[in-house]
Design a protein around this ligand. Structure first.
Ligand SMILES: Nc1ncnc2c1ncn2[C@@H]1O[C@H](COP(=O)(O)OP(=O)(O)O)[C@@H](O)[C@H]1O
Ligand SMILES: [Mg+2]
Length: 483
């Protein structure tokens, strides 16, 4: 498969995929330029309708636009802005008969790739087309390499290239051979179940069964019979004798998801399995030996649960002799593009689509989001955007509404734009990142891109600020306050 793909990429001529769009209100000039560009080996689309040109860019059909600046009913610069907002990666060549240095510079300052005075100099036009085609060709090859990289960076269906995730993969690989109990810790949606499955797959018992039980989904009595089985007539509705998951997975692995949600009596029963590897079916006096590896997962801080008296200390120590912490997505934003690529492929296949990627502004918005729901949230966003996207690219409009609001970086009413001073923006931002990292300053400093000592300095300075500053609360439209 990799070969087939890279071959297609290689065999596509850059000239056939560049597809310049020419926008000019003069039909004679339009067809003349189209013919000229055709002679240079490029298939150009000609139009005198700015909206059509915009649409061609939006759907990714044209990667280059040659636009006459004097379009009736449209301000040339404003049109340029609109095109670049649509896809900041498109190459816009601005053409006009009235060349002045200032207008050329203004167009380039606003993001045009180049300025071509009319009448068009053929040699210069050809060179520009060839250079741009070569650039897109290079981008395409990079994309093929990225796809290869995605395959290489996949660890048993888990995608990640951030140092934090590579460490998770590395550790999982090491413990898989030897563990009898592993505890996976991390917020919901970070991929704990995937890691559990991966550990089972690379463990020596991979040929045996893996039983998965979500401990938060059931009342105690049901959970007990699920895990340990029951005898006929042992409770109302027990019409037959059934083995539990520990028996079912004997010789293999049991994955106890959300173990932090179990009751204290249930914890006592789990401790018995871990300590003695023995179980009893509900209603049976017989004690059975089971030989299972146990992987437990929780999104709670179990140590705090122990202190609060909600979790048995002895069980906590038994479970947590080997711990793997799966970081939140916000702590590894560098994984976002890779995950997006992975989910796009998954949902392209599922929905029979051929979406090539995200527009730059959609990418930017994803990188600014808070991702409270972690990878699960990202997967949902890409899955629903894959359904709604009409063109080759997912754009802002395909993302959930709160992504589209100005400054809606984290979603929610707190993100309403407010006229803050730079000093206050810095302060609010640092506090948010710290909250996100649950007070871990080293991690916060990494995300903020500053040294730990600089972070301490800022925090100290903020703490020293007179009370008037601290009392200054900013209210969004909903009235919620952000200090
Ligand atoms: N690193 C990853 N690569 C690919 N898919 C992931 C990754 N992390 C999570 N997912 C996907 O996100 C969803 C939530 O993952 P899951 O393992 O159930 O999270 P958790 O158990 O921590 O709540 C699943 O659909 C899973 O396939
Ligand atoms: Mg889970």
């Amino acid at each position: 498969m990799p070969h087939a793909q890279s071959k297609t990429v290689e065999s596509l001529s850059p000239k056939t995929t560049l597809t310049p769009c020419i926008l000019d209100d003069d039909p004679a000039q339009l067809s003349q330029l189209q013919a000229l560009i055709g002679d240079m080996g490029y298939d150009a689309i000609a139009t005198s309708d700015p909206d059509e040109a915009l649409q061609l860019v939006r759907v990714g059909r044209c990667r280059m636009l040659l636009a006459d600046m004097h379009i009736p009913g449209a301000d040339g610069y404003e049109f340029l802005d609109r095109v670049l907002r649509c896809d900041p990666g498109v190459h816009v060549l601005v053409m006009t008969a009235e060349y002045t240095l200032e207008s050329a510079l203004e167009a380039i300052r606003r993001g045009a790739a180049d300025f071509l005075p009319k009448p068009i100099d053929r040699i210069r036009l050809k060179r520009t087309l060839d250079d741009t085609a070569a650039l897109y060709d290079q981008r395409r090859r990079v994309k093929a390499l990225e796809e290869q990289l995605l395959r290489d960076l996949e660890f048993h269906g888990i995608v990640g290239k951030s140092p934090a995730m590579l460490e998770v993969f590395d550790f999982a690989r090491k413990v898989a051979r030897h563990y009898s109990n592993v505890l996976l810790i991390g917020p919901t949606g970070t991929g704990k179940e995937l890691v559990a499955r991966a550990i089972h797959q690379i463990s020596p018992v991979s040929q045996q069964r893996l039983a998965v039980c979500n401990c938060s989904a059931m009342v105690d009595s049901l959970l007990e019979s699920q895990l340990f089985g029951h005898m006929r007539g042992s409770f109302t509705g027990a019409t037959d004798t059934r083995p539990g998951l520990f028996e079912y997975a004997n010789g293999g692995t049991v994955f106890l998801d959300e173990v932090g949600e179990t009751s204290l009596p249930m914890q006592a029963k789990l401790l018995r399995v871990i300590q003695n590897r023995e179980i009893q079916r509900v209603g049976s006096p017989q004690v059975m030996q089971v030989n299972v590896r146990l992987i437990a997962a929780t999104n709670r801080d179990l140590r705090a649960e122990v202190l609060a008296g909600r979790f048995r200390e002895d069980l906590f120590y038994r479970l947590s002799s080997i711990q793997i912490r799966i970081p939140s997505l916000a702590e590894r934003l560098e994984d976002v593009p890779l995950l997006v690529q992975f989910f796009l492929k998954k949902y392209n296949d599922a929905y029979g689509k051929n979406i090539a990627g995200l527009t730059r502004r959609a990418q930017t918005v994803l990188l600014q989001h808070g991702w409270a729901g972690n990878v699960r949230e990202l997967e949902n966003v890409i899955s629903s955007a894959s359904i709604t996207a009409m063109g080759d690219f997912i754009d802002l409009a395909d993302l959930p509404e709160h992504f589209q609001r100005r400054g809606g970086a984290h979603g929610g009413a707190d993100d309403e734009w407010r006229p803050l001073s730079l000093e206050d923006v810095r302060k609010v931002h640092i506090q948010r990142v710290l909250d996100m990292c649950q007070g871990n300053r080293l991690r916060a400093a990494q995300i903020l891109g500053i040294g730990r000592t600089s972070l301490y300095r800022y925090l100290k300075r903020d703490a020293d600020v007179p009370p008037m500053h601290a009392q200054h609360k900013y209210r969004g439209r909903s009235g919620s306050a952000v200090a």
